[in-house]
Design a protein around this ligand. Structure first.
Ligand SMILES: *Cc1c(COP(=O)(O)O)cnc(C)c1O
Length: 452
């Protein structure tokens, strides 16, 4: 190594110490403060940010280096650098830092984040190294997942994984720890569940499932897209990896597609090396992610950053409105059943109340997602759906606009009758994501659609 490289390495080490100091300070803040400022400090604004109040959008595909020594140090990962936007980028960096801080808020573990081009690519990148076959190993490989997962995740696990010899094992009722335990053997690589699930709002005991996974030396992965860190931070309860579709609640305005993986440092896995487990998100970023290329656009990262700043306020507002809408639907004679975690009648209400609490308020709160089954046939369900005038028909979720969909013909269409039965998606189910409109207007629209 030339002296020139040494100089950059020691310069970077000094900068690293300053960042660690800043991180400590940021970690002492409340959730909203972290969401608003993240690691974009005054110093950062004055150096990297041209003095801008808001994080800069760095669209440049690559970084310039002062000389060959700095280039070599950067490309060999001896100094932190962003180098090329497929690997890293300053705008994406601010988003990743904020997400990692918010997901590990209140936990006694540290975490890092990796942003990806979509929620599905986050899930794929997160699980891929866990199901890798080591040379010479011919043992079968499996993993255990809740059957109550997003339709795309179901496809990835149920179709794509078997194509490459990895067996998914399903748990129909994720709240029952025994059902998980029965499926685990020495070839199980990880446990996977959504909390709450989309659209059934299935729940499970996060702490209990994390300790079950750890007893077997495997990680627990939680898709926390619906809850967002404003309501639930699975790492605090022992989960190893959290995945998000940033496209949904976090990106409430609905202007970009993106995903994130947030992994605790030192995650549990019998199959990964110590290097992989130390900082899984960073290891993914520097190697497999770099080599496969599902990177987020810096422009989208900027949009997500803007949305994150108001996450807690937005989630609180949507949750309070969803509670009133659910109560209205529960009283309606044309509605057979309402599933909303905030209703005491929901079988998972108690469990959800234990885990889903508005951060820094410690008040149980249940998010914007609910579903209701129309009393009547599939045709009658479609007629109610087609009469909606304010609530938009779309396969979308977590929007600032109220959105409805019929899962059986949209999100859960690919998986067929069998898969839908397993996931408990009847044809008369309407999924409703309550938006930021005045609650009275949402209720009035539902009332006219149900009246026929
Ligand atoms: C939408 C969704 C995904 C997939 O995210 P994309 O950004 O659409 O790829 C994963 N999990 C859940 C719970 C979702 O709602």
């Amino acid at each position: 190594m030339s002296d020139g490289i040494d100089r950059y390495v020691s310069e970077a080490a000094k900068a690293g110490e300053q960042r660690a100091e800043l991180r400590k300070r940021v970690k002492s803040w409340k959730f909203d403060t972290i969401a608003v400022h993240g690691m974009y400090s005054l110093d950062e604004a004055l150096t990297g940010g041209h003095g801008g109040v808001i994080e800069p959008i760095v669209l440049s595909t690559s970084q310039v280096f002062r000389d060959s020594d700095e280039m070599e140090a950067a490309l060999s990962y001896r100094i932190p650098a962003w180098t090329y936007s497929r690997i890293h980028n300053p705008t994406i960096h601010y988003l990743e830092e904020t997400l990692a801080l918010l997901e590990s808020y209140g936990a006694d573990a540290d975490a890092s984040a990796l942003c990806t081009s979509s929620g599905m690519s986050a899930i794929k990148q997160a699980v891929e190294p866990l199901v890798a076959r080591l040379p010479g190993d011919s043992n079968p490989i499996n993993f255990v997942s809740s059957a109550q997962v997003y339709g795309g995740s179901f496809q990835l696990f149920n179709v794509r994984m078997p194509e490459r010899g990895v067996e998914p094992r399903w748990v129909a009722a994720p709240a029952e720890a025994d059902a998980w335990e029965k499926q685990i053997d020495e070839n199980t690589r990880f446990l996977y569940a959504e909390m709450p699930s989309n659209p059934q709002q299935g729940c499970f005991d996060v702490a209990e499932l994390a300790s079950l996974a750890h007893r077997h030396g495997i990680p627990l992965i939680v898709d926390s897209t619906i809850a967002t860190p404003a309501l639930l931070r699975p790492i605090e309860f022992g989960a190893d990896i959290v995945v998000h579709s940033l496209t949904k609640t976090i990106g409430g305005s609905g202007s970009s597609v993106g995903g994130a993986i947030i992994a605790r440092h030192g995650l549990v896995s019998r199959h990964l090396t110590d290097e992989q487990k130390g900082n899984y998100a960073m290891w993914l970023k520097l190697l497999p992610f770099r080599d496969s290329g599902p990177c987020l656009s810096p422009f989208s990262a900027y949009l997500f950053l803007c949305e994150l700043k108001t996450l807690r306020t937005r989630v609180e507002r949507l949750s309070r409105s969803a509670q009133k809408v659910a109560e209205f639907l529960a009283r309606h004679p044309k509605v057979e059943k309402v599933d909303y975690l905030g209703l005491e009648s929901h079988p998972m209400h108690q469990l959800a109340a234990k885990y889903m609490r508005l951060v820094d308020a410690d008040e149980p709160m249940f998010g914007h997602l609910l579903s209701f089954n129309v009393k009547g046939t599939w045709e009658e369900t479609r007629a109610v759906f087609d009469r909606l005038q304010l609530v938009v028909r779309a396969t979308d979720l977590g929007r600032i606009k109220s959105v409805a969909t019929i899962p059986a013909i949209s999100t859960h269409q690919q998986q067929g009758d069998e898969g839908r039965k397993l996931a408990n998606i009847p044809p008369n189910m309407v999924r409703l994501c309550v938006g930021g409109e005045a609650t009275e207007d949402i209720i009035a629209d539902l009332a006219q659609a149900l009246a026929g």
